[in-house]
Structure formats: C-alpha cells, structure tokens
Design a protein around this ligand. Structure first.
Ligand code: 5AD
Ligand code: SF4
Length: 466
C-alpha cells in the first residue's frame, strides 16, 4: 500500500499540541506521510478545543471549507479529534464533511478508525459515554502505552519536549468545560514519566515541560509512598542531560505548594517560573467560579512563592465578564493584577460553555462591549507592569534556550542583520529575540539584552560566544 497523505491542524492548549504530536507520530508509523497542503491530503485531522466558543467556531468554519473541498474530492477523509469531538459526539458526525469523531481518550484508536472508514465506507464515532467515570482499564492502558511509545517523537521545537504527568481535571471551576471533556484526574505512574524523560534526554532533549490541567494536583499513591509533583521534579532533575524543567499549569492551593517551590529553590534545573491563574480579583466572583480561595489568600500565596524563590517569575490567567461581574468586581481584578506583578498574564472574555454550572445557573449578564472594554483595560494595566519588569533586564546577560527563527519579523531587531532573527526563552519564560545563525536552534546560549518592550526582550549574542 502506498503511504497516504495526512494533514493535521491543531487548535488549543499545550495539552492539545501534545496530543497532535502523538497522533502524528503514531500515524507516521502507520504509513502516513505528512503534508502541509489540505488539497494534497487523503486524510485531514482537526484536533479541537472547546474552552471558548471562538475556538469551536473556527473549527466549524474550517469544516465548511473542507466540505467545499470534498465536493471535488469525495474520498477525502476528515476526522475531528479532541475536546470538541468529545463534547459534541454524534452531532458533529452529522456534519457532511466529517467521517470520524474521536475523543481525547480514544486517540490511540485513530489509525484503526481511518482504516475502518476506508474499508467499510461508514462514519466512525469513538468517544467516552460517561466522561466523569474513570476510563475503562483497556482505554487507560492504551493511552499510557500510546503516550510512552510516541513521547520521543513528540517534539516540535528543537531540544524541547512536553510530557504529560496527569490527565483530566476534578476542580470544576463553574465556567470551565475541561472536566466534561477530559474526564477525571488521573496521574501517570512516576516511573513511566521518569523513563519517558530519560528517553527524551537520550534523544537530545534539553528542556521538558510537564503538563497537567492542574499540574500541582499530581498525586500518585504507590504501596509505600504518595508521590507529588515535587517528587517528579526532583527525580527529573537527576537526569543528567535534562537542563531545564518547566511545568504548567498550577491551581492555587496550599497542598504540596511549599514542597514544589522548595524543589524549585534547591534545583537549578527546575525553572523559576510559575503559571498560576487567579481568574478574578473579586471574592464574590471567585466564589461563583468555585475557585475555593479569596483574592487576598491568592496574593499571599504569591508572596510565599517569592519568599521561597526570590527570582521567580509569575504568570496568570484572568477572565473578564463572568456572570454578575460589576464594575466594582472588575476594579478588584485590576487591583489584583497591580499587586500580583505578573511577568505576563492572559486575559479572556467569559464565554458560556454549554453543560457547565455557570452556563446552567447564571445569566451571561455582561454585554460583549463591556467584556471587550475590560479586556483592553486589564491588558493595559499588565502592559505597564511588563514594561517595567522587562526594563530591568536592560544591559544584563541572560541564559536562553533558542527555539528557532522568529515567525514574525520584529521591527526593533538587534544589530546583526546578516543572520536571521531567532526566538529564545529564558528560564523564567521571557521571550528574547536576537539575530544569530539558525543552526543554533535547540542550543543554550548567553545573550545581552539591548532593548526591551512590554512583550519582548531584544538582545545580541555575547562576545565570548561569537
Ligand atoms: N471563558 C473564558 N475563558 C475561559 N477559560 C477557561 N474557561 C473559560 C471560559 N468559559 C480560561 C481560563 C483558563 C484558560 C486556559 O482559559 O482563564 O485558565
Ligand atoms: Fe478548568 Fe478549573 Fe480545571 Fe483549570 S482547574 S482545567 S480552569 S476546571
């Protein structure tokens, strides 16, 4: 059989990017060749995100485009995988363009599903019926095997890899769809994670990012010991060729917090970067979100993090326009952002998700224009803080891991124009742009910061390394 051509498009978070990489690796093994062009493809897979309506609308419009292509290419197979597949199930299968709907738990079956569509010429649905029940053992064994088998190839950026330490979420923030599409929290066995990181290190990986929806909730009970994320970080730091370890994203909670921060303080490999979303600065809204903490308590957690790891950079997420958010509530969020002094934060406009508690019980009261205005105001507050924090880097030399060529040209480019503009990140996850040979992608280097803007640091390679 000639290899078939596969085009795969991914929406959403790091977790989804990792799933896309795993599926791509598995299908390459099953004799598919990748193609950048939808028109050339025999199979198109779309890995979808359900966190906000906007992400789903983009998928729907993409499917409209594929329907059009299928008019002149009826054999094209279109599969929708990921969160939206799990959320919409057979409704999505009714779409004219769609042949396969496959949820996040079923991705190990994707090659078989494609074969069945080809051989039997019928539509295929593979999702979890009762998503909040623990996955049946064969499904979770298959996922674990899939994850370990393809971890090595799951790397988009040279020298870097993502490793999932846990699946699912049990927090049930009232606005969030994740617990209903990714199922209950399941922590992977520590040895499986560590073995996977060792193999990645043998394969030339220098930075691993550990992934979980609430990664600091990682907990694995073995016969004699309960392992936390702190244990995983400490063990990963023992692996010789791994130089940087990051982890995202954290839920603000006391449990294991000190232990995790202590490993960060003790191990130069555990990067001093903490993404820990607050979501709101109003206690009333936090309660309605089921976030289980107050704004003051959250800020005291950040103080503690900074006391244990003084050089730490903290990032956050905030939602504006949650049901019932008044101007006063929003001003409390502004205050929180001013006090938190995030290195950066992501601001999202509340998007009602069908099936979530907020959508069932609360009216989406804040008009879109108000959400928009609050979004802009909050970003402006953060921009000023980021600008101040970034300015402190001027003239300093920092170690960075180079990702590769910058996708968009920066006008503020540093001097050496003979080389392309590369993007790199510091241990604290600041973005640094400088001109250097592309062959350096995947390497660590030291750069001197020459210019700063709110979003980016600009630099030049230090003389000693030229
Ligand atoms: N509307 C807007 N933003 C949301 N997020 C999660 N659910 C929603 C929603 N329904 C945001 C949260 C989370 C980030 C990944 O997405 O801020 O931290
Ligand atoms: Fe969603 Fe809350 Fe779980 Fe994050 S912690 S994935 S916001 S339910």
């Amino acid at each position: 059989m000639n290899p078939m051509k596969l085009h795969i498009k991914s929406f959403g978070c790091q977790m989804n990017k990792l799933d896309t990489a795993l599926v791509t690796a598995a299908l390459k093994d099953a004799r598919f060749n990748l193609t950048e062009s939808v028109k050339e493809a025999d199979v198109v897979l779309i890995n979808t995100c359900s966190v906000r309506d906007h992400a789903e609308q983009r998928v729907i419009s993409h499917l409209g485009h594929l329907k059009h292509i299928k008019e002149s290419k009826p054999d094209l197979i279109v599969g929708v995988i990921g969160c939206m597949a799990q959320r919409l199930g057979d409704k999505l299968l009714e779409h004219e363009a769609v042949n396969i709907v496959c949820g996040p738990t079923q991705i190990p079956q994707i090659a078989d599903l494609i074969t069945e569509v080809i051989e039997q010429n019928k539509k295929e649905l593979a999702i979890t019926e009762q998503i909040r029940k623990p996955a049946p053992q064969p499904d979770s064994d298959a996922l674990e095997e899939f994850e370990s088998a393809y971890g090595i190839e799951a790397k988009g950026i040279p020298g870097q890899a993502f490793v999932r330490v846990m699946r699912g979420c049990n927090k049930f923030c009232t606005y969030c769809i994740v617990p209903y599409v990714r199922g209950p929290e399941v922590s992977r066995p520590p040895q499986a994670i560590i073995d996977q990181i060792k193999r990645l290190a043998d394969d030339g990986i220098k930075q691993v990012t550990l992934l979980g929806q609430a990664v600091n909730s990682y907990e694995y009970k073995a016969a004699e010991k309960t392992y936390s994320l702190a244990d995983i970080l400490a063990k990963a730091a023992e692996i010789q060729d791994i130089e940087w370890i990051k982890f995202v994203t954290n839920y603000p909670t006391e449990k294991y917090f000190d232990e995790i921060l202590q490993v960060m303080a003790d191990s130069p490999k555990v990067c001093p970067y903490l993404h820990i979303p607050a979501q709101s600065g109003s206690d009333k809204i936090l309660k309605a979100m089921n976030r289980r903490y107050t704004a003051d308590w959250y800020l005291s957690l950040l103080d503690k993090a900074r006391a244990i790891v003084p050089e730490i950079a903290i990032a956050g997420d905030l939602i504006v326009g949650f049901p019932g958010e008044t101007d006063q509530d929003f001003q409390q969020t502004v205050e929180l952002v001013k006090k938190a002094r995030y290195r950066n934060c992501f601001v999202f406009k509340y998007s009602p998700r069908p099936g979530t508690t907020a959508d069932k019980r609360l009216q989406n009261t804040v008009p879109l224009q108000v959400k928009q205005a609050r979004n802009i105001e909050l970003l402006a507050v953060q921009e000023k803080i980021s600008e101040e924090l970034n300015r402190e880097f001027l003239g300093k030399t920092v170690k960075v891991l180079i990702e590769g060529p910058s996708k968009k040209p920066h006008l503020n480019a540093a001097e050496n124009q003979n080389n392309p503009q590369l993007v790199a990140r510091t241990a604290t996850d600041y973005i640094v742009v400088f001109n250097a040979p592309q062959s350096l992608a995947g390497q660590f280097t030291k750069v001197k910061i020459t210019k700063t803007t709110p979003l980016t640091l600009f630099a030049e390679l230090t003389a000693s390394q030229e």
